[in-house]
Write a protein that binds this ligand. Structure first.
Ligand code: CAA
Length: 283
């Protein structure tokens, strides 16, 4: 299947990054969100991030102008009708994602491929609520999308090879690398990354180290670009907790028990960078 037009649902941190890389790769993008303000903020962010890439000589002024011209926005899901591929990048809540797919179905072409950027929710379960489980799969970008090389491609139990190949071709055109994952809780990256972050929170909780010593240990001792607590703040502590709960519930093993300190921070509304407060204070 030849994919030219890409619909993106959700203009948040992930959605605007996906719009950025898709437009630069030459795809026509329709970005949708429920609020006009969110769409305006997303386009401004993409513009700022592309301008930085121009400033650093990564792309030309002409590339940026052409890419920005390929991004259209809408608050109406029906405008996603012509999309060949739709990537849902809304809030990480299953009921929200299910409702979006249900709302989309009457407006899209029978051959349109549906995907979710979910970081942990079952692709098979999401797909089963649509009319096309064979043309449904996980399309999971890493944050920040324009910088990170990996895209996890997750097959649901019914995903067909044509769908996988079409999505893999898109990842290739982006110049990124695809990792194929089976549909088990949190897939590959978060199955490994989140228990490490959770263990860092336990290390803090038990007083083995403080925030600075834990982060500098992993940065300088294991060559990670960010310490695990700084990374947790960057991802969002609510997202980290939600993924730990998916692992704990889905794999029924106490080794995935979320650290009580992580739960407490989320209950306090200290969600990391997005709320200006997490393990670090950004105010
Ligand atoms: N858009 C475009 N470019 C961006 C960007 C953005 N949002 N953020 C950073 N950049 C670019 C910068 O312009 C810079 O480009 P050049 O190399 O051309 O100069 C480059 O990225 C490096 O940025 P900085 O110099 O500002 O900062 P840094 O060297 O400290 O790197 C970082 C920042 C890339 C975020 C780095 O700290 C890093 O790799 N951190 C780890 C990120 C990570 O692990 N992400 C995965 C999270 S897990 C996930 O996403 C899965 C999930 O489901 C939760």
């Amino acid at each position: 299947m030849d994919i030219q037009t890409i619909g993106i649902v959700g203009a948040g941190q992930m959605g605007n990054g996906i719009a950025h890389v898709m437009a630069l790769a030459g795809y026509d993008v329709m970005l949708t969100d429920i609020s006009e303000e969110a769409l305006k903020a997303a386009v401004a962010l993409v513009e700022g991030n592309m301008a930085r890439q121009v400033g650093r000589g990564k792309i030309s002024e002409a590339d940026m102008t052409a890419a920005m011209g390929r991004i259209a926005t809408t608050t109406t899901l029906t405008d996603l009708g012509p999309s060949d591929l739709i990537i849902e990048a809304a809030t990480e809540r299953e009921t929200v994602k299910q409702a979006i797919f249900e709302d989309l179905l009457p407006h899209i072409k029978p051959e349109t491929i549906l995907t979710s950027n979910t970081s942990s929710i079952s692709i098979t379960r999401l797909a089963s609520r649509t009319d096309r489980p064979e043309r449904f799969m996980g399309f999971h970008f890493m944050n920040p999308v324009p910088v990170m090389q990996l895209v996890e491609l997750i097959r649901g139990i019914a995903t067909n090879e044509e769908t996988f190949s079409a999505c893999k071709a898109v990842v290739d055109k982006l110049g990124k690398t695809a990792a194929s994952a089976e549909d088990f809780p949190a897939f590959i990256v978060n199955r490994i990354l989140m228990p490490m972050i959770n263990e860092a929170v336990y290390t803090l909780y038990e007083g083995v180290g403080n925030v600075q010593s834990i982060d500098s240990s992993m940065k300088l001792g294991a060559n990670h670009p960010m310490g695990p607590l700084e990374l947790a703040d960057f991802i969002g502590l609510d997202t980290c907790l939600a993924i730990m709960n998916v692992l704990h519930d889905g794999l029924a093993d106490t080794k995935y028990r979320p650290c009580p300190l992580l739960t407490k921070y989320v209950e306090a509304g200290w969600l990391g960078r997005k709320t200006q407060r997490g393990f670090y204070d950004y105010r």
